[in-house]
Structures are given as C-alpha cells and as structure tokens.
Design a binder for this molecule. Sequence first.
Ligand code: ATP
Length: 459
Amino acid sequence: MSKPSKQSLLDKITAACKRRGFIFPSSEIYGGINGFWDFGPAGAQLKRNVRDLWWDTLVGNGHTGPDNEKFDIVGLDAAIIMNNKVWEASGHTTSFSDPMVDCRKCKQRFRADMLPETKCTEGGEHDYTDVRDFNLMFKTHVGPVQDDDSTAYLRPETAQAIFVQFQNVLTVSRTKVPFGIAQMGKAFRNEINPRNYIFRSREFEQMELEFFVKPGTEDSWLHWWLNKRMEWYVALGIKPDNLSIEWHPQDKLAHYAKACADIMYAFPFGVQELEGIASRTDFDLKAHAEHSGKISPYFDTETNQKYYPYVVEPSAGLDRTILAILCDAYCEESLTNAKGQTETRTVFRFHPKVAPVTVAVFPLLRNRPELIEKAEQVFADLRPHFRVQWDDRGNIGKRYRYQDELGTPYCVTIDFDTIGAGETPDNANTVTVRDRDTMEQVRIPVPEVTSYLKQCMNI
Ligand code: ATP
C-alpha cells in the first residue's frame, strides 16, 4: 500500500472523486463557477453519513461532562437569511473581512495574508495595490425593491442564529446551564481566493455547537470539548497521526475570544484547520441582549445568581471533514494480475460508518434468472441492515475495482455454487464475501451473511 507523491495526491483524489461521483464542479457544463461544488450520488451519501453522525453524537439528553456533570444538547434549524440587525450586533457588517490586494498588472485579487508564490501572469513580480478590507458576506435583496433597505446577507456562519434564538430555545427546552444548542447547515463566504479543492469554498456547510456554561468553568469545558471533538474524528476512521491541535496565540485571538484551539488535519497541501474550538465568553449573548433588548440574563436556580452564560464553541466544517476523510482513505496499490502484469488498484479505505455503500451484491451473471432471483433475495435480506448496492455489470474483477474506488468495505457474490448448480455441492446456499482491504474471499452461508458482515464492520 502506498500514497502517491504529495503534489499529485490532491489531483488524483479530485479525479477519483469525479470518476466515482463524489464531487463535481458546480455548473460544469457552463464552465463552472469558482468556489462552488456539487456532491454527486456517492458524495451526497458520504456527506449525509457524516452529518448524521455529528448530529446523533451531540444532540440528546443525558450526556456526561467533566466531573460527571449531566447535560443536554438540543438542535436548531434556523433560516439562512436573517434580519440585518443580527449582523450589526455580531460585528459582521463592520469587521467580517479579509485584507486584500489587487495586482495592477494582471488584475487578479489576492488575500494579503496569502500572497501567491508564483510570478505575475503578465510577467515579472506582481504589482500590488495597498491593502484594503474586503467584507466576505454575500449580499442579496429581500422583496421586489432593490435598495439599501432591502439588502440582506447570506449567513457567513450558522452560530449567530443560535444566540438570537437563545431565549426561545431555553424557554421551550426546560434545560439548565450547562447545555448546548447545535445547528448545521449552509454558510456562505465570498472568499477572495477559493482554493485547495473543497477546502476553501464560497458555499459550504458548518456543524456548530454553542455550549453555554457558568462563567468561570469555561476553561475546563474548552479542554473537555477539544478532547471529545478529537475522539469524534478518530471515530470517523481518520488516522490520529494526521490530526493535531494548534492553540491560537493570545495576541492573535478574535476580539470576542478568550482562548481558541484548532483541530488540524495534515492535508496534501499542508496542515490546515478542520475545526475551531473557541471560548467566546458572553460576548455574543450580551451583544444581542444590548441590541435587541430581548435577551434576559440566565437565572441560576442552584446559586440564585443571574448571569449571561459563557460560551464554548466547537465549530466544524462539513466539507473540510469530507475532504479529510477522502484524503485519509485514498490509497493506491500495485498488484500483479492473473496475466502477470502489474496494475494499480485505487481504494478509498473508508470506515464502514461513513462509506457511501457498505455492501455490494453481485449476481455472477446478469442473464441467468436463477442467479438473479437468488441475488435479489440476498439483496432484500441485507437492505434493512446496510447501505447496499446492486451491481451486475461486467466481470467480477471489474466490479471489485469499481467498488474499491467507491470505498465499499464488502462485496457479496452469488454464483452457481450458491444455487446448488456449481462444482462444489458443499457450497450450496453460501455466498462469497470479499473484503475490500485484504481482498480475501470467504464463503458464508446465506442465513449468516448479515450477522457475519455486522461483526466484520463492528456495527
Ligand atoms: P479559515 O481560517 O480557514 O478561513 P476560519 O477560522 O475563518 O477558517 P471559522 O470561522 O472558525 O473558520 O469557521 C468554522 C469552520 O468552518 C472552519 O473550521 C472550517 O471547517 C469551516 N469553514 C470556514 N470557512 C470555510 C470555507 N471557506 N470553505 C469551507 N469550510 C470553511
């Protein structure tokens, strides 16, 4: 098993993702649009699996935190477009910006803190303008009149809606501090230089948890959540060696943050942020309380104190998580085929929890009704338990290669032995189960296939 060289790895992953229907450039038939991507059948399922795992891990009652403290997390699904006052109160209209420069020669625009190493396409060095601030929020208009009063923004993060609905959620949930509100969904940023495939896009999905704690307890919660979130990435199958933690230096913290640590992943283009975990104090709740006059301080019935809870915020990107999973799982192997030639096998070694398809079912031949009938029966047995795909095209070797590239952990073949018409009568009513990673094949009795596969996948 080997990983291709780092320079070409991202190109190879991009090509495999297109070939197998994980990711397509948006609007491709019209030349695409920079910073936007579409997830094809396999990618949509992969994304859904990760999204569900995030939600199911977090949202619910009876979690146990540090010192065995019990807590709840509830969910929220808020609108993308909100009243502009939200963004004024949060500071986004004035300060959600990146520093940018233009090159006077080639007319390209760059982030001033991420200047390209390449020369100007018009020749020689770039000729940069002074640095200016560029607000990253996408603007639109609400209603039929397009003027300043109708201007609205596509949310650049999902977090603000959680603060804005804090009072409503607290009232209906009958929960108490510490507790969390989780939300996932689309966010939009007019990034100056979208790049590195889906890593920096202009439309992406965030998975954010705002966790409300008693002031003074935020440091231990920050460390606790950092560990929990690291464990979550490992549980998705990401190799711990590719993950690391980077603390923000005090002088680089955002104005609202008291401390912040990023979970980093070793992408082919460098070690970069997957998720940020920030200790946000009571900045947001207080800002919205002041601007709206509608959020009251929390009353702590245990201590009879009133306060605005402090917030610890694990804020993850779904698209970046998907890219980390793809990079982590991608492998190329040199194999010797039956004719003695060397060929390359491309595999996505996904953890079964996230794999778009977990079991592929192959009738040996598509034109033999007795094989098809038996295969349909096996397919129907497996379907309630796994993400099953039917595949009857081409020879079995080709089908294995296809499923390897899709990252399918197991393939089940129904052959003449299965229907009692083969050379080995002892194999009647058994199927061949082939393991993606070892490529080993074993014969398993049909009534035991489900339990065998569940055991193999530990699900
Ligand atoms: P960066 O420094 O990379 O621009 P950020 O620190 O601005 O990211 P946050 O505002 O903390 O990011 O957003 C939380 C998470 O949302 C990030 O950790 C990342 O996973 C995701 N995210 C942010 N911007 C993008 C983007 N343009 N494309 C894809 N995911 C993004």
